[in-house]
Design a protein around this ligand. Structure first.
Ligand SMILES: [Zn+2]
Ligand SMILES: [Zn+2]
Length: 280
């Protein structure tokens, strides 16, 4: 699809449609249509404004600069609510930032800012839970795991007729049990420490993970600025059980050709098969 933004990408996995853009130090945001959420907000493009749930991984401007604009646009367009999830450590400052914008513009925002601690889980719909994971970076950062919850009849009750099930329910018997499916884990910025510590990264159906650096000689830079180098991913190659691994947040010093070549050259076959780059 033609788009004015040359880094804008639309990705389809088995269950998800994800569009957005991501380049290190420039702008990162994604929309996940099936989940109705934004992952980071960049400078707040129009497509994010209608989304009621925005998950900000950390306060760096390439991920979070659009927060006040989102609040203002929601107000302007008469959209109710709007919830912005941020690392708990940053929540008061984000609220203060919005308060200053309100004062400067004489408008009252209606968005809610919710601080999320590592390990905490928030519910964003009847069947969707979001678990925050610690993500090592230069500022407080989270990765967000999106978990679908469904209820199924317990196996031992599968052969019962509906009136028998109704009777059991009246008696307070739990005839159903919860099934959870981790459909997406999104990291924002982080370093290889995340791969060392976050087991869930390897089991989510889709993993979106930053990979800021890909070139030989840039490994030290990745470590210093708390980012991931593609060699870090290669080191963990046999751990990824995901259906798809989507790489984001490439440095703008690399052309698409250089990035695709690095994926071919530096990742072992089994991982390379699953990897997609979040570039057109
Ligand atoms: Zn960034
Ligand atoms: Zn950052």
């Amino acid at each position: 699809m033609a788009h004015a933004d040359k880094d804008f990408v639309e990705l389809r996995t088995q269950h998800l449609t994800i569009d957005g853009r991501s380049r290190a130090g420039h702008e990162t945001y994604f929309r996940v249509r099936e989940l109705g959420v934004a992952l980071d907000i960049g400078r707040c493009p129009d497509l994010v404004v209608p989304l009621a749930h925005v998950f900000i991984t950390h306060a760096h401007l390439d991920h979070a600069a659009g927060i006040p604009f989102y609040a203002g646009q929601r107000k302007l367009q008469g959209l109710d609510g709007g919830t912005i999830y941020v690392p708990r450590e940053s929540a008061d400052d984000v609220r203060a930032l919005l308060a200053i914008q309100e004062k400067l513009t004489g408008a009252e925002f209606e968005v809610e800012v919710i601080g999320v601690a590592a390990g905490e889980e928030v519910r964003v719909g009847r069947r969707l839970f979001v678990r925050a994971h610690a993500a090592p970076h230069r500022v407080a950062a989270r990765a967000y795991e999106f978990i679908e919850s469904r209820h199924h009849l317990r196996e031992e009750f599968a052969s019962l007729a509906s009136d028998e099930l109704a009777q059991l329910r009246r008696e307070g018997v739990a005839v159903e049990e919860e099934f959870r499916r981790s459909v997406l884990l999104y990291t924002g910025d982080t370093d290889r420490g995340f791969l060392e510590r976050c087991e869930a990264a390897f089991t989510a159906e889709v993993l979106m993970i930053e990979c800021s650096f890909v070139a030989e000689g840039h490994q030290d830079r990745a470590a210093r600025y708390r980012h991931i180098h593609i060699d870090d991913l290669a080191d963990f190659a046999d751990r990824f059980q995901n259906e798809a691994v989507i790489l984001t947040h490439f440095s703008r010093r690399y052309s698409r050709e250089v990035i695709r070549e690095a994926v071919r050259q530096r990742l072992p076959h089994a991982l390379r098969e699953k990897v997609r780059v979040a570039l057109p």
